[in-house]
Design a protein around this ligand. Sequence first.
Ligand SMILES: Cc1cc2nc3c(=O)[nH]c(=O)nc-3n(C[C@H](O)[C@H](O)[C@H](O)COP(=O)(O)O)c2cc1C
Length: 412
Amino acid sequence: MPDKSRRDFLRWLAASPLLAGLDLKSCTRPPAPPVPPTAPQPLGPSAPLVTSAEQALDVFDMKAVAQHKLPPAHWGYLSTGVDGEATLRANEEAYARLYLRPRLMVDVRKLDTSVTLFGRTWPTPIFMCPVSGQLAYHPDRELGSARAAKAKDTLQILSTVGNTGVEELAQARGEPTWYQLYPTSRWDVTQALVARATRTGCPAICVTVDLPYDSNRETAARLARQDTRDCTGCHGTPAQRETTYFAKKPMFSGLKIVRGEVRAPQLTWEFVSKLRDLTKAKLLIKGLVTREDAARALGVGADGIIVSNHGGRAEDSGRGTIDSLPEVVAEVKGRIPVLVDSGVRRGSDVVKALARGATMVGIGRPYVWGLAAFGQPGVERVLDILRHELELTMGLAGTPRIKDIGPAAIGS
Ligand SMILES: Cc1cc2nc3c(=O)[nH]c(=O)nc-3n(C[C@H](O)[C@H](O)[C@H](O)COP(=O)(O)O)c2cc1C
């Protein structure tokens, strides 16, 4: 039926006494169910923006300000997961599925959140993960994070591909920090990086092994397309990105590394054994998520393991690290410390990770949200918020000391 005739017929039908008394609205089709997103959705601020670090009530207040302030490409790089971002979501959601089993009528007047690791006591088990390129988030870059880490006496790990060298960071922090090593495909580069960290006095080196390839970061790519700025000033031309860009990173200074050498798909456990022989610093392996690899780590003499999926930026298995942690802890049987990161957003998450056997619990994006939002005070506020939440959770759950937090503190 041609369009005009159909419209005439419908008009006649609507006016017809045959339809009088019928509720036509009830005849209309119900709205279609929402279509599940097939692509990662950019996260949006859920509350009015806070205007100072002190106003932030939780780390999500910082997240909203960070998203508001950062250019799309930088926000995209910070927030991205990989593929459909199943792992990114799982990291947070898996914590939400665990519940606390508060024990009541316990004397919780005195709360002690301190932990001791490798002979050093920290006021809380919360540490700051290595996050690359912090100049993209605030002009104070890693130094802002370091000063906050100093103010709050918090363990901080410097990334190989940060905008700050290990010596400068140690100065801002007031002492050498832990150093995160990316194994490039060049052994001479590894030797030089480890020698430099050792010279600076870094007490621990964390070798990140979960990125033998670049991963598929769609959100980063999508948001970079929305960014209309000319980025060559910082990132160089596409050709320079392949050749000189990485060599300009402070830790690669003088090493002439090119982009193709930054990832190391050929690595095996022999590399970690060689690394073990190269340094007397504590050697931790970051990025393990299985009992099999935990056994290998013990076999090569690692001093610790960081259970991590790179904050959902490596593979897209859809498994949160809090669910990977138990098999690693069971394999290790207390012989070396097991740390965990990815998806930690609340003090209660810290308690859950400790209950599953973690020695310390890392945050990546949350402190960088604070940095992007308000610089050093923002990072300090994030550390304060999480510490406060941790203390409250410990008080309310009847676990006044870290050692009171065992498997019975949570359920699922
Ligand atoms: C923007 C960004 C950059 C990162 N850079 C590094 C890095 O250089 N080296 C590394 O080992 N991990 C890196 N990570 C992973 C973090 O160390 C950490 O495992 C992760 O952020 C923890 O998850 P969360 O962000 O959900 O807290 C990075 C993470 C983000 C978000």
